[in-house]
Write a protein that binds this ligand. Structure first.
Ligand code: PRE
Length: 326
């Protein structure tokens, strides 16, 4: 069952459906997400994330779906770049399990395959396997576009990396299963809509504050649990944060007022300093904002307890992404 940030939207999609532009062609992970939402949803494949946003903005579709975060590959920069400053609003989030398989033409085996083709995010998710196999990589617009390419070639040297479901769809054979670096591989997708359309499904999309999310683990730890304070809690957070940082997940949160000034009192006495690069922003429905943060990989409620507890739940927020700071 899809988990949207806003449960009402989830119910709405299941009863009324709608068209969702997504990265295609059929069989991509984005397509899998659309199909799993409801049989009433009409998936509308597009070639690039930019095309998905265009379809939403030009009112060709009701919604768009953009992947933004993967537990192995980290932030999906192409997804964010398409979203930022595009004037769309994120109305939901969905976490999808990613299972990566190797698919090739009939007769191909691990010993005939020299090169793989896939979406750049899927290539990063399976980098260990590629290195072990001493295999070359080629980027395609999506995992399904890679499978379509392999099915058109006669070569037994080229294979695609993507969902095992691509085998039937593109008449390919499954050469290997579970080739991701980590079997617990999940991607977070945002469901987006034109700003004005959201009034129809929810009238609480007026933004009052912003939440910015650059990444800086040590700074995050010092703000969440300053030295000398609550030693046990600090230890617990340190292990969580270093874990999330190793997998590129830690987020640093800033709150901004509409005029761009930061509101330090909201952050429990932690000093606020903007680090990282401001890239732009998108509005996010706040009915369940802590769930969105869990979708980014946080395993506890510490963000909510430390940062979000003071925010009135009726408001909406803006997630601002900045680059990962190492
Ligand atoms: O190529 C696809 O199948 C997509 O839907 C894109 C995408 C991504 O951009 O992250 C989606 C999920 C997986 O992480 C790999 C690829």
């Amino acid at each position: 069952m899809p988990q949207f940030v806003d449960d009402r939207l989830n119910e709405f999609l299941q009863s009324d459906g709608g068209s969702i532009a997504h990265l295609g062609p059929s069989g991509s992970f984005s397509h899998e997400v659309c199909s799993s939402i409801s049989s009433r949803v009409r998936p509308e494949p597009r070639r690039t994330f930019g095309d998905v946003i265009d379809a939403v903005v030009t009112q060709n579709v009701d919604y768009g779906l953009i992947p933004i975060y993967n537990t192995i590959a980290g932030q999906i920069i192409a997804g964010w770049s398409a979203l930022l400053d595009s004037g769309v609003i994120a109305v939901g989030a969905y976490v999808h399990r990613i299972s990566l398989a190797l698919l090739a033409r009939e007769g191909a085996t691990l010993s005939t395959i020299r090169r793989v083709v896939s979406h750049s995010a899927a290539l990063r998710q399976s980098s260990h396997w590629q290195r072990r196999m001493l295999i070359g990589a080629q980027v395609s617009h999506s995992t399904a576009a890679g499978a379509a390419l392999v099915s058109r070639t006669r070569s037994r040297e080229l294979a695609a990396i993507g969902s095992p479901n691509l085998a039937d769809r593109y008449n390919l054979s499954l050469v290997a299963h579970d080739i991701a670096n980590d079997v617990d591989n999940e991607t977070t997708f945002l469901l987006i809509q034109r700003q004005n359309d959201t009034a129809a499904t929810d009238n609480k999309f007026q933004r009052t504050s912003q939440i910015c999310c650059p990444v800086s683990p040590n700074v995050l730890l010092s703000r969440v649990a300053p030295e000398g304070e609550r030693a046990n809690e600090r230890e617990r957070l340190r292990s969580q944060i270093s874990f999330t940082c190793r997998s590129g997940r830690a987020l640093e949160i800033f709150l901004k007022n509409e005029d761009g000034s930061t509101n330090e009192t909201l952050i429990h006495g932690c000093s606020v300093r903007t680090e990282g690069r401001y890239l732009g922003h998108i509005p996010v429905a706040a009915t369940n904002v802590d769930r969105l943060y869990r979708a980014f990989g946080f395993q506890s409620n510490f963000l909510r307890d430390h940062f979000l507890g003071n925010i009135p739940k009726d408001n909406s927020y803006i997630v601002i992404y900045s680059r990962v700071l190492q």
